[in-house]
Write a protein that binds this ligand. Structure first.
Ligand SMILES: Nc1ncnc2c1ncn2[C@@H]1O[C@H](COP(=O)(O)OP(=O)(O)OP(=O)(O)O)[C@@H](O)[C@H]1O
Length: 463
């Protein structure tokens, strides 16, 4: 097929469709052609589905009208044609389907045959990252509950906990768990339609659908799934129309016992600008937190990731990295990748000295983060008490309040988990820390003095 074939097809579509329709759906398509194949690339699975439902027949007709239709293969993919091109010229693979794999950047491509019945049976739609599974998710105190709940959901989708809401700070494994659920459901029921998407993508698709008068298709698409996995729901804050649409999609899916999984970077009730009716519905199923991992879990994660990369990581090295990089798992992974790349590049083996050198700037940056020690000293000075009082068992008000204040600041300003903070305050339980945070929050709104203490300390510690 010559490239004029696609140009010809474009011209004909342009004459048939409205300007908005053409600009919204056809223009963004990228094309890669060979003599017998034409691969169309669209930015996301919703887009692919829409093209398949609305335009694929016409495109096929235009493209094949002057050719032997049996010879022509049209496929639809999520991704980018240029990256696909360069991947295939690097000799990764010659077939259209395989050569597009690198284009999707961990999102499974969604090839669609021009024979519709084949398309739906051969290629159930999903855009899961198959690298995220329960098998490679390291369990620790900080994520135990979330993992157990996610496993339950994967085993009984739509029944166990619906919705499942996982919340916690950045890079702690929320997305990993979400994909793990999707992948396990698919393993049991390969025909399931599972859609993963970031909440910003949901919004962007909705805006596109509004612009092109295709809201019905938008609604149908998201209401036809077996499981909807929607990431970082905090982005819905103050987006009224998106919340409205999501509300109806959500209700529809829950009514039909279709699974909904949501992640959020904080406890959803704390999101300002999120409608109450959504907040209350999110609480219908199960809400679980993921905390930053403790030291042992960080070591285990490093060992597991090194093992997956076939790297032998000495335990003392893993321990050193885990002790120094505490912020989140993504950073931990980043540090390990850097160590491995440096070792491969220089041909040196991974010893403690080598790692100290390879990570020196990362470690310096981490050391600048506010430490619990620092918070304890500052709070003790502010209230004119001793650090040892904060760590002691004393329960008089003059000690308890500063202790609660210091715990709250530690939770806010560091990436330490509740158990780690509890430990740092004389071996207290994580529930004590949680109680302290709630107490200070409550007191801040009741007492000007406490509010002032909190602001003063926050300022001192943050400058
Ligand atoms: N317990 C774990 N075991 C193995 N890998 C983990 C674990 N927790 C997180 N990771 C890895 O850390 C990286 C970041 O995780 P993920 O993207 O799931 O974080 P997130 O909580 O969704 O963050 P964000 O809020 O920024 O989207 C991923 O590569 C993930 O595989």
């Amino acid at each position: 097929m010559s490239s004029s074939m696609w140009r010809n097809c474009l011209q004909r579509l342009q004459s048939e469709l409205s300007v908005t329709e053409f600009n919204t759906w056809i223009k963004p398509l990228q094309v890669r052609e060979t003599d017998k194949e034409m691969a169309l690339f669209a930015p996301n699975p919703f887009f692919v589905d829409w093209i398949r439902q609305q335009y694929l027949d016409r495109i096929t007709e235009f493209v094949t009208s002057k050719e032997d239709s049996n010879q022509m293969h049209i496929s639809l993919h999520v991704g980018n044609a240029q990256i696909a091109e360069s991947a295939s010229t690097q000799g990764t693979n010659n077939t259209t389907q395989a050569s597009t794999k690198p284009t999707v950047n961990h999102i499974a491509s969604t090839p669609v045959n021009n024979n519709r019945s084949n398309a739906s049976s051969n290629f159930p739609q999903n855009n899961l990252n198959n690298k995220f599974t329960f098998n490679n998710f390291v369990e620790g105190k900080s994520n135990q509950l979330a993992r157990a709940a996610a496993e339950q959901v994967a085993e009984n989708p739509g029944i166990s906990y619906n919705p499942l809401l996982i919340y916690g700070g950045v890079g702690l494994g929320k997305t990993h768990l979400m994909h793990s659920v999707g992948n396990l459901i698919l393993k049991d029921k390969p025909d399931s339609k599972i859609v993963y998407l970031h909440s910003e993508r949901f919004m962007a698709n909705m805006v596109k659908a509004l612009q092109s008068n295709s809201m019905d298709a938008f609604k149908n698409y998201y209401r036809s799934v077996d499981a909807l996995l929607i990431d970082d729901i905090q982005f819905f804050a103050n987006k009224g129309r998106t919340q409205e649409e999501f509300f109806h999609t959500f209700n529809n899916l829950i009514e039909k016992n279709k699974q909904v999984i949501i992640t959020c970077d904080r406890y959803p009730k704390e999101i300002e600008g999120l409608e109450e009716r959504l907040k209350s519905r999110f609480g219908w199923g199960l809400t679980v937190a993921i905390e930053p991992p403790d030291l042992e879990t960080r070591v285990a994660i490093l060992m597991s990731k090194a093992n997956q990369s076939n790297i032998e990581l000495p335990h003392e090295v893993a321990f050193f990295i885990a002790k120094r990089i505490r912020s989140n798992v993504r950073e931990l992974e980043g540090a390990l990748k850097r160590v491995i790349a440096n070792a491969q590049f220089t041909g040196r083996s991974i010893t403690l000295d080598f790692v100290k050198d390879a990570l020196k700037d990362l470690i310096a940056a981490q050391d600048k983060l506010i430490s619990i020690d620092n918070i304890q000293k500052t709070v003790a000075t502010y209230y004119k008490i001793k650090v040892s009082d904060l760590l002691s068992k004393r329960r008089s008000r003059s000690i308890t309040r500063p202790r609660q204040m210091a715990m709250t600041l530690a939770k806010k300003l560091t990436n330490h988990s509740l158990p780690e903070i509890g430990d740092a305050f004389g071996g207290r339980d994580h529930t004590t820390v949680l109680h302290a945070c709630r107490k200070i929050d409550e007191l801040k709104s009741e007492s000007v003095d406490i509010e002032e203490d909190y602001s003063n300390l926050l300022r001192t510690l943050s400058t």
